[in-house]
Design a protein around this ligand. Structure first.
Ligand SMILES: [Zn+2]
Ligand SMILES: [Zn+2]
Length: 382
């Protein structure tokens, strides 16, 4: 069991011990460096970025987006006896936030990347990860022609708005690889619209002085069969096997949402990406006895501060609860699935401004009984 009950830097010391006990490892050098930097700032650990404290908090200036209480840069928490890695490039949600790019992950196997979701700023997030993550040389992993496979958990805009640049940016630097994208019903239409909508951009690159190759600026899409809860393996190569499971984040037109279960062949890790949503049979199956579940989290304690989901707390409980993962739900997912480690991303940490803590939601999850859970930041390795 590992609980971090206090909010200061000491929690990282316990974190190191906890992590060692469960197979994920902290990078003490990176942490120590950042601790040293943080120690030079104020007690609230402000970054050196310009900051005007807003007179009134609203959706645009949520406390979690302020340049305070950041006590670290990207960590390498991956187990050293395993070669495959999870890169949490973008750990944000729809909230405009300079410090968390939109949802975008990658699993790296045999130095080859497979992307999961493609949120706002994923290309910049990749750039920053490559410049800040000391645990591995990401420039050797994300070679231009390696930007190819993408698995979309669901078609909410925050998880897909990076698609145009995923399809159309790499070829400007010489990529000749067309993209291969898996996702729910509707993915093909979305990609078709992007190909049509950005016709001018594609023609400029191929017909102008750049003389870019017409290869590498398109995509093929594999839509997951909507008629089954468990699709079976949807993709397999020498590195990974990928299975898709229907999850529960579905409302109205958004009927099909998925968790992906990756089995890595060289080192036998099982890593599930849950996307958004609360406890469901499919999510539990996807994470069954997995090494890691990468999943969203939403506060219960501070739900009244959420800038969406209705006016009253009762409305927010109903509306946000229909979409997202409260601590008691995540505890049940862990109990039912037996998943060993949880990497929390897409945090809805609606702390009040006066008592904001970047780790507030992590502590809330731990207090609810969720074990071996980590609050991911952009650029971490797990
Ligand atoms: Zn989302
Ligand atoms: Zn969503």
């Amino acid at each position: 069991m590992c609980f971090y009950s206090n909010k200061n830097f000491l929690l990282s010391v316990s974190l190191v011990f906890c992590i060692l006990g469960i197979g994920l490892i902290s990078n003490a050098d990176v942490y120590t460096d950042n601790l040293a930097k943080g120690a030079k700032t104020t007690k609230k650990n402000y970054m050196n970025d310009p900051f005007v404290r807003p007179a009134k908090v609203n959706w645009l200036v949520q406390p979690e987006t302020w340049p305070i209480d950041f006590n670290r840069g990207p960590l390498d928490r991956s187990p050293k006896n395993k070669s495959s890695k999870i890169l949490t490039m973008g750990t944000g949600d729809p909230t405009p936030n300079t410090y968390r790019f939109g949802p975008a992950m990658a699993i790296i196997v045999n130095n080859y990347p497979y992307f999961i979701d493609c949120g706002e700023g994923w290309f910049r997030a990749l750039n920053r990860s490559a410049l800040t993550q000391k645990g591995m040389d990401l420039t050797q992993v994300f070679k231009l022609n390696n930007l190819k496979y993408l698995f979309i958990t669901h078609l909410h805009e925050d998880h897909t708005v990076g698609l145009p640049s995923f399809i159309l940016s790499p070829y400007k630097y010489g990529s000749t690889t067309n993209k291969v994208i898996f996702g729910p019903v509707g993915s093909e239409n979305l990609v078709d619209c992007i190909i049509k909508g950005w016709q001018v951009d594609r023609q400029v690159a191929t017909q102008g002085p750049m003389h870019a190759t017409p290869e590498g600026n398109s995509a093929v899409v594999g839509e997951i069969n909507p008629h089954t809860e468990f699709s079976g393996p949807i993709f397999e190569d020498a590195n990974v096997k990928v299975e898709a499971f229907r999850t529960d984040h579905a409302h109205g037109a958004l009927r099909y949402t998925y968790a992906y279960r990756f089995t890595t062949k060289p080192d036998g890790r099982i890593i599930a990406f849950g996307g958004d949503g609360h406890h469901s049979k499919g999510l539990v199956e996807a994470a069954k006895n997995a090494d890691v579940l990468v999943i969203e989290g939403c506060t219960w304690k501070n739900l009244k501060y959420a800038p969406w989901g209705g006016k009253t707390l009762k409305e927010k409980e109903k509306i946000i609860g229909a979409y997202h993962m409260f601590p008691k739900d995540l505890k049940k997912v862990q109990q039912d699935s037996g998943v060993k480690n949880i990497v929390m991303v897409h945090e809805q940490n609606y702390s009040p401004a006066d008592s904001y803590s970047r780790l507030g939601l992590l502590h809330e999850m731990q207090e609810a009984g969720v074990k071996n859970i980590y609050s991911a930041m952009d650029g971490d390795l797990y």
